[in-house]
Design a protein around this ligand. Structure first.
Ligand code: SF4
Length: 336
């Protein structure tokens, strides 16, 4: 472990004693001595500082399915690392102890990019995920880590709230993203997350169009974002702007943080959303955060055969030859 350095943030302009950060659509104006909304950028006298640089809160080797990514090296293991802070302030955040604690409350360990990569190498895995809290606000650190291990395969689990320029640079180096679409109304994003919907959709479209493997997570919260019309709007948007093959994970909400009074998502509600999306034409729809016999396996969209069976995080590839269904030869939307 070494001492945390003072690293200059990227994507900002100075206007007198105020810095304008351009990393994410919030565009914070930060006076000297203050932090941006994410808590990850601090305005010092001489520069905007990437305050959370190298401050690691969480480290683990996970199944790639846990991100969740079901169509990206299925059955693989991924070195997963998280920092502190977030540019959203979701009232239901399930990781709020790290996401809302950037300015000193959460204990972290500084790991230089070289030290982190050394730990990664010891695990003898090929994939590296920035996850747990919002990774895009760790921009400078992620880039430096990727410089240290350019041969690794990089994955992001993100809220998709990042400006276009930084995102495009990131997409040159990241192979897969699981992006949260937290609801399909701007009202939800404003009231519950402290952001807006449209920039998230822009980011999803951009990442997909630049060839990043994209999977989407939609956390179903009873009474907030789970109406049929809202789910149908979400699915129609995927069909029109992305592809019917983009995997979608409808996941279960549990009461947490400032939304302790909202009930768990029922299994029936998850399966209803999944069935609706599949009936509308999505080919890879799953349920998550729940033990279920339905909504976990991958089916060939052409002949309907099960090609991957999942029991929890146990993955059994039963009928794939490379990327093709062993039964009918159809090529799946997948990277292996
Ligand atoms: S990255 Fe942080 S400081 Fe920059 S605009 Fe977004 S919330 Fe504000």
């Amino acid at each position: 472990m070494s001492i945390s350095p003072r690293i200059e943030a990227r994507f900002y302009e100075r206007d007198g004693n105020v810095y304008k950060c351009g990393l994410c659509p919030l565009g914070c104006r930060i006076a000297v001595g203050q932090f941006g909304r994410c808590g990850a950028r601090r305005a010092d006298e001489d520069m905007l500082v990437a305050y959370s640089y190298g401050k690691v809160s969480s480290l683990c080797v996970d199944p790639i399915e846990k991100k969740p990514l079901y169509h990206f090296h299925p059955g693989g293991r991924v070195f997963s690392v998280g920092g502190i802070g977030c540019n959203f302030s979701c009232r239901h955040c399930q990781n709020y102890s790290i996401s809302q604690s950037a300015t000193g409350k959460k204990r972290t360990t500084y790991e230089s990019p070289e030290e982190l990569v050394e730990m990664f190498r010891k695990e003898r895995v090929d994939m590296f995920a920035f996850t747990y809290n919002e990774p895009s606000i760790w921009y400078e650190y992620m880039m430096d880590v990727m410089d240290c291990a350019p041969d690794a395969t990089y994955v992001l689990v993100t809220n998709g709230y990042i400006s276009d320029g930084p995102l495009r640079e990131l997409c040159k180096r990241v192979s897969a993203m699981n992006i949260d679409v937290k609801a399909f109304t701007d009202e939800f994003y404003v009231k519950v997350c402290g952001g807006h919907l449209e920039p998230v959709l822009d980011a999803v479209r951009t990442a997909f169009s630049l060839g990043v493997h994209v999977e989407l997570t939609y956390l179903l919260i009873p009474g907030y974002n789970d109406s049929d019309p809202e789910i149908q709007n979400f699915v129609n948007w995927i069909l029109n702007d992305l592809s019917a093959d983009v995997p979608v994970h409808f996941t279960r909400f549990h009461p947490d943080n400032a939304m302790n009074n909202v009930p768990w998502t029922s299994p029936e509600s998850l399966l209803r959303a999944m069935d609706m999306a599949a009936d509308m034409g999505l080919t890879n729809v799953y349920v998550g955060n729940i033990i279920s016999e339905e909504g976990c396996d991958t089916y060939c969209p052409e002949c309907g055969a099960v090609v991957i069976r999942r029991t929890g995080y146990l993955v059994n590839i039963v009928a794939l030859e490379g990327l093709r269904c062993r039964g009918c030869g159809h090529r799946l939307y997948m990277i292996r």
